[in-house]
Design a protein around this ligand. Structure first.
Ligand SMILES: N[C@@H](CCC(=O)N[C@@H](CS)C(=O)NCC(=O)O)C(=O)O
Ligand SMILES: *[C@@H]1O[C@H](CO)[C@@H](O)[C@H](O)[C@H]1NC(C)=O
Length: 230
């Protein structure tokens, strides 16, 4: 359980959506933590020993004990720091199930399309991946309209919740892809509710200082493309 002498470390990469959602979740709960930037092309012993199965970031290390997988970590944070309001998952079991459904949808449908835009080998492939991501965004626009009834600030209601973290942690990539390829995954014409939601997300206190700017993301993207091609 949480205590005042908690030792909390996050192994991450500044532009990684998966690490960003964990860091914003800790911010929501006002948990102080040490952030350790990893080089994914030269992983630290600490990363390899704390996530020996996937060897991926993010890893949360709480009082020496690692927790892996961003969705698992965010739920862990919500449970351990349950007393620190607001809660990230809703209270009602069905609402929780719906939130988990849409967060998984972001990772399974939107993210592969979005990342595919960056890594595509051909323009045809890039267009196909953009369409996959856009189709997912259209679904998420409908989900937002339904769950927020059009009137709430966030998927989670008045404050950032589980689905907000899943989707909002990708926003700097949307802008990077727009600059690099002219691909607009967030478009006020197509998904007006999400466009307005995105502005609220990046301006939220817990997101400030964690969400990197698009320029930094573009630099990272170029390095990733070059290293993957090599
Ligand atoms: N499902 C994982 C995905 C994490 C992930 O893809 N991490 C990437 C960076 S964004 C990584 O560490 N890649 C290193 C590798 O694959 O070697 C989660 O939600 O935590
Ligand atoms: C890899 O990281 C270690 C420290 O973890 C460092 O000493 C070494 O110089 C790095 N190697 C490269 C090629 O960056």
């Amino acid at each position: 359980m949480a205590g005042k002498d908690d030792d909390v470390k996050v192994l991450g990469v500044v532009v990684s959506p998966f690490a960003i959602r964990v860091r914003i979740a800790l911010g929501i709960k006002s948990v102080s933590y040490e952030y350790v930037e990893e080089d994914l092309f030269n992983k630290s012993e600490l990363l390899l020993s704390s996530n020996p199965v996937h060897k991926k970031i993010p890893v949360l290390i709480h009082n020496g004990r690692p927790v892996c997988e961003s969705s698992v970590i965010v739920q862990y944070i919500d449970e351990v720091w349950a007393a620190a309001a607001p809660s990230i998952l809703p209270a009602d079991p069905h609402d929780r199930a719906v939130a988990r459904f849409w967060a998984a949808y972001v990772d399974d449908k939107m993210f592969p399309g979005m990342f595919g835009v960056l890594m595509a080998a051909t323009e045809e492939e890039r267009a196909a991946k953009a369409n996959e991501a856009l189709a997912a965004m259209a679904q998420l626009e409908k989900a937002f309209a339904e769950c927020a009834g059009g009137g709430k600030a966030f998927f989670g209601g008045d404050s950032i919740g589980y689905v907000d973290l899943a989707l909002g942690s990708n926003l700097h990539w949307f802008e990077a892809l727009r600059r690099m390829f002219g691909v607009a995954l967030l478009d006020a014409g197509k998904t007006p509710l999400l466009a307005a939601w995105a502005k609220r997300f990046v301006e939220a206190e817990a997101a400030k200082g964690v969400v990197p700017d698009a320029g930094e993301t573009v630099e990272f993207a170029k390095k990733l493309q070059a290293r993957t091609a090599a």
